[in-house]
Write a protein that binds this ligand. Structure first.
Ligand code: ATP
Ligand code: MG
Length: 335
């Protein structure tokens, strides 16, 4: 459905003065595919480029280099009008914080009607009917239509944001940390809603989170980002069950799952800056396996079984041999 091919996004650095030529490498050589009806989880720590990738996927950010293909068509070769009409209605976005994503002066009814009006979908009556259908789809009661966002709870607001993203019957929803601003008690409800909608509507979804444990049970595939690079990608069970990249292993150990005993990996060493990424593997400054080879060049891609890919010179192997410095327990089960 949508494919990023060798996408780079570089921003002018905010620091460094007016004539500085420093660039922030927000995304480097990203290649990613989302198939119809599939959930791709995107994980990585703060600043690694997750939102940048979301902006590229939704056409809000033009890549500095590389291609975005939507059903085989280059998004940035389309005219602005085509991009808004064909692509804009096919991709819905849900942002992290529903209190800033919704216009506080509009009622829920107006918020949900707006995309239908802008894209001139159907008649006035059919738009009204669609608004009620959308409300129903996300499990909100009818009286919320007259409410302003400020009169709703955080969870309800996020449901409105999801309903708005669904208004034009998109093929893909990009959800950028859709639950992290919510109360813990409603997070699971919003997650379940998204999974349920995927099943009922056959949507594709890109689900962004810094928590790999949330993503592993939700996604079909997971891509792990580190300092603007996709360092590992594959089926969720493989990436989270038998990670190849040490960074993925460290992410998994940071939020232990209830089902498996994990030994927490504490990362030491400097976190490199996106303004001056190190020449070799970006994780080499913090990796317990790094040696001289790791700082020469970015590791080539290795492709394992079932399209499991990673960029690492010293990948994790299940059942690390004794004497290995790896502070990692033996192989996990993929149950
Ligand atoms: N407009 C911009 N100008 C300059 N630098 C930017 C701009 N937008 C993003 N960046 C930088 O690009 C990098 C990636 O940012 P991005 O927002 O994609 O990260 P993220 O993974 O979404 O982080 P978080 O988890 O905190 O939301 C960061 O170093 C950020 O400071
Ligand atoms: Mg972000």
């Amino acid at each position: 459905m949508i494919r990023l091919d060798g996408v780079h996004v570089r921003h002018k650095a905010r620091s460094g003065g007016l004539f500085s030529r420093d660039a922030v490498h927000a995304l480097t050589d990203a290649t990613l595919e989302v198939k119809r009806g599939e959930i791709v989880g995107l994980v990585g720590e703060s600043g690694c480029g997750k939102s940048t990738l979301a902006r590229v996927l939704t056409g809000l950010q033009k890549p500095t280099e590389g291609e975005v293909l939507f059903h085989g068509r280059d998004l940035w070769e389309m005219t602005g009008a085509e991009r808004r009409k064909d692509f804009g209605s096919a991709v819905g976005v849900v942002f992290q914080d529903p209190s800033t994503a919704l216009n506080p002066r509009l009622t829920v009814r107006q918020i949900l009607r707006d995309p239908l009006d802008v894209h001139r979908r159907g008649t006035t009556e059919s738009r009204e009917a669609r608004v009620e259908e959308l409300l129903d789809l996300v499990g909100l009661p009818g009286h919320t239509l007259a409410a302003l966002p400020g009169q709703l709870s955080g969870g309800q607001r996020q449901r409105v944001a999801i309903a708005r993203a669904l208004a034009l019957e998109p093929e893909l929803i990009v959800a950028d940390e859709p639950t992290s601003a919510l109360d813990v008690s409603v997070r699971a409800q919003v997650l379940n809603l998204l999974v349920d909608l995927r099943e009922r509507l056959g949507l594709g979804m890109v689900f962004i989170s810094h928590d790999i444990q949330t993503v592993r049970y939700l996604a079909d595939r997971i891509a792990v980002l580190y300092l603007g690079r996709i360092v590992e990608e594959g089926r969720a069970a493989d990436v989270a069950g038998a990670p190849s990249h040490p960074y993925t292993e460290a992410l998994l150990s940071a939020t232990p799952s209830l089902l498996e005993a994990t030994q927490r990996i504490v990362l030491t060493g400097p976190v490199p800056s996106a303004t001056n990424p190190p020449p070799g593997c970006p994780f080499s400054t913090r990796c317990w396996k790094a040696d001289a080879e790791c700082s020469t060049a970015f590791p080539a891609q290795t492709i394992g079984a079932d399209e499991h890919r990673w960029h690492c010179v010293h990948p994790q192997t299940s059942g690390s041999p004794a004497g290995d410095r790896t502070p990692v327990p033996p192989a996990r089960s993929t149950a």
